[in-house]
Structure formats: C-alpha cells, structure tokens
Design a protein around this ligand. Structure first.
Ligand code: HEM
Ligand code: HEM
Length: 291
C-alpha cells in the first residue's frame, strides 16, 4: 500500500469513528438527556434502552469489535505461524480502530447509566482506551521498520550515519552543519524514566528543532540554494533530529513502555472478564436480542 493510500485509509477510519459517535449521539440526544425516571415514557426508550433493539445490538457489536480487535492483534503479534500476515503496524492500527469504535458503541449501549457490577467493566474499558492513547504516543517514540519491527541500537546508529552521508554526498553539505545538528542533540541528556518529564522533553524538543531548522533554512537560502533542494535538506535534517532524539530516549522509553503494558493489559482483562459475566447473566435472564 502506498503512503498516500495508507493515509487516506487512516482518514476514512477516523471519519467512520467520528461519524459513529455523532450519529448515535444526535439520534439519541433526546433520550440520553432525559432523566432515568422519565425515560420509560420517551418514544425512543424501547429502541435505545440497554436491552432495546438498538441499545442491545450496540452492546453486542461493540463488544465483538473489541474482542476481535484485541485477539487479532495478540494472535498476529505473539504466534509465530502468523508473523508473515500483513505488517504488525497495520494490525495495530486495526486494533486501535476496533477498540476505539467498539467502546463508543458500548457507551451508547449503557445509555449513560453506569449501575451494577458491570460498571466496573465500563470504567475499566475507559481506562484501557485512555491508557491506549498514551501507549500509542510512547509506541511511536520507538523507531521501527515499515513492517513494525523494532530497530536495534546499532541499526539506528547506522540509519543516522546514512542521513549524514546523504546530507554530505547528495546535497553537498559541509561537516560543520551536520556537527551542529549532532551537537545540538548530544547536549541533551535523556536518562529520565518519568513519563511526564519525557513527554515535556519531547514537547520542548519539537519547538527547539523547529526553531533550529528555520535558522538553517534561512542560512541555506542565503547561500542561493534552489528552493526544492532546501526543502529536501530540511526534511532530511528534521528526520535526523527526530532520530537522534529517539535514540537518546530509547532506553527510558523502553522502560516506560514496559510499565505501560502493566496498566493496559490488566484493565483489558478485568473488562473482558466482567463483560463475560454480564453477558452470561443477560442471556440467563432471557435477553437474547433478535435470536
Ligand atoms: C464491555 C461491554 C459491556 C458493558 C461495559 C456493558 C454495560 C452495561 C451497563 C452499564 C448496563 C446498564 C445497567 C443498568 O441498567 O444499570 C448494561 C445493560 C445491559 N447489557 Fe450490557 N454491557 C456490555 C456488553 C453487553 C453485551 C455484549 C450484551 C449482550 C449479550 C449486553 C447486554 C445487556 C443487557 C441485556 C442489558 C440490560 C439489562 C437490564 O435491563 O436488566 N451487554 N450493560
Ligand atoms: C477497550 C479497548 C482496548 C482493549 C481491550 C485493548 C487491549 C489491548 C491488549 C490486550 C494489548 C496487548 C498487550 C500486550 O501485548 O501485552 C494491547 C496493546 C496495545 N494497545 Fe490496546 N486495547 C484497547 C484500546 C486501545 C486504544 C484505544 C489504543 C490507542 C489509541 C490502544 C493502543 C495499544 C497499543 C499502542 C498497544 C501496544 C502494542 C504493542 O506493544 O505491540 N489500545 N491493547
């Protein structure tokens, strides 16, 4: 899949998620904003209550989406036999899509009533989704191949050397500029393993890099280099700066990501176990939806 096609695909997934959220929100607005005591008299009650045709259906479809999203990703990641099926990166994107839209459907299934033991499942689901967003941010700090496999430190260093070589041979840049880029990153010591301080460092680095690149751009333009070439050089310098930052953060990010799994996984397990109990109770009480 080309980069542009992949980007379009991701935008479509985001649009589907956003449209789902707004569609059911608008459709049921009148019902969801009615107090619990008065809901029974609302015209939409029969359809949108958790055991109603739509409400119940949303619970089933949303739960299935989460079950498929989690199991497919874990099977692809952990079972050797499936290692060759698609890129891991794309499977993670499917995981994120199914496990974001699934919870939206479950939210409407609850009709915003969070009672009983199943509320623990609901809040665990919320915790997994929120931790997922943070995890995705940490995940992208670890440089990976197109297939989604992590690079080793040696591979990263040789990738960085490739960038320097390209800047020298393809664009004829002198060593002084490259040394400046490297010096700039080396003076920052990233040894902290605290998520907030690392997040803050990345945030700060982003703006410092932008400022530095703007300065280089001016320097290159003043040397009468063509604008297309300047663009390409700046893009490469940016890739080099981001890579240098990721190399210097690698050790800390690995530790944080390990801790992050300790949060994401148990909440997912709690959610799934209570969901199974909830479904068993529902079926026992004769709530079989359209079946
Ligand atoms: C993680 C997934 C799920 C969560 C968090 C969840 C949560 C909830 C909540 C909060 C309620 C409302 C409880 C109340 O009225 O106070 C509810 C009701 C209900 N849920 Fe789920 N649910 C999930 C999945 C499912 C699934 C897959 C089914 C279908 C088998 C289902 C069937 C029902 C039924 C039938 C009711 C209505 C029970 C009644 O009115 O007594 N739920 N659910
Ligand atoms: C109810 C929703 C979700 C559930 C039940 C869930 C569950 C899981 C599970 C069981 C894993 C595998 C953990 C492991 O390999 O040890 C995982 C990995 C992951 N999930 Fe989720 N997740 C959910 C939503 C999300 C969301 C919304 C995002 C991002 C926005 C996300 C991002 C990730 C990431 C980045 C990984 C790590 C991948 C890796 O280390 O290979 N998850 N999730």
């Amino acid at each position: 899949m080309s980069k542009t096609l992949h980007r379009i695909f991701i935008i479509i997934l985001i649009l589907i998620g956003t449209a789902t959220f707004f569609y059911f929100g608008m459709y049921g607005y009148n019902y969801y904003t009615t107090s619990n005591e008065e809901r029974f008299f609302n015209g939409l009650h029969k359809l949108l209550k958790p055991s109603g045709l739509i409400g119940h259906g949303l619970g089933i479809i949303g739960s299935l989406m989460m079950i498929i999203g989690v199991s497919a990703y874990m099977i692809r990641k952990r079972i050797r036999k499936f290692v060759r099926i698609g890129f891991l990166k794309h499977w993670l994107e499917m995981h994120i899509f199914l496990c974001s839209v699934g919870p939206i459907l479950v939210l409407y299934h609850t009709a915003f009533k969070f009672g009983g033991i199943v509320a623990v499942s609901f809040w665990s689901m919320v915790a997994v989704v929120l931790s997922g967003v943070i995890g995705r941010f940490i995940y992208i700090q670890i440089p990976r191949t197109i297939q989604g496999q992590e690079y080793s430190l040696d591979e990263l260093k040789s990738l960085d050397k490739d960038y320097s070589d390209r800047l020298k041979t393809e664009f004829g840049l002198d060593d002084s500029l490259i040394v400046k880029l490297e010096y700039f990153n080396k003076i920052q010591i990233h040894k902290r393993t605290n998520f907030i301080s690392i997040g803050w460092l990345i945030f700060k680095d982003y703006f410092i890099n932008k400022k530095l690149l703007r300065k280089y751009k001016k320097e290159l333009i003043s040397k009468k280099i063509e604008s297309n070439k300047v663009k390409a050089i700046i893009k490469l310098c940016n890739s080099k700066l981001v890579l240098l930052r990721r190399i210097s953060l690698l050790h800390s990010v690995h530790i944080i990501f390990k801790y992050w799994h300790i949060i994401h996984l148990p909440f997912a397990i709690v959610m799934l176990i209570i969901m199974l109990v909830h479904v068993t109770v529902a079926i026992t009480f004769g709530y079989t939806w359209i079946f």
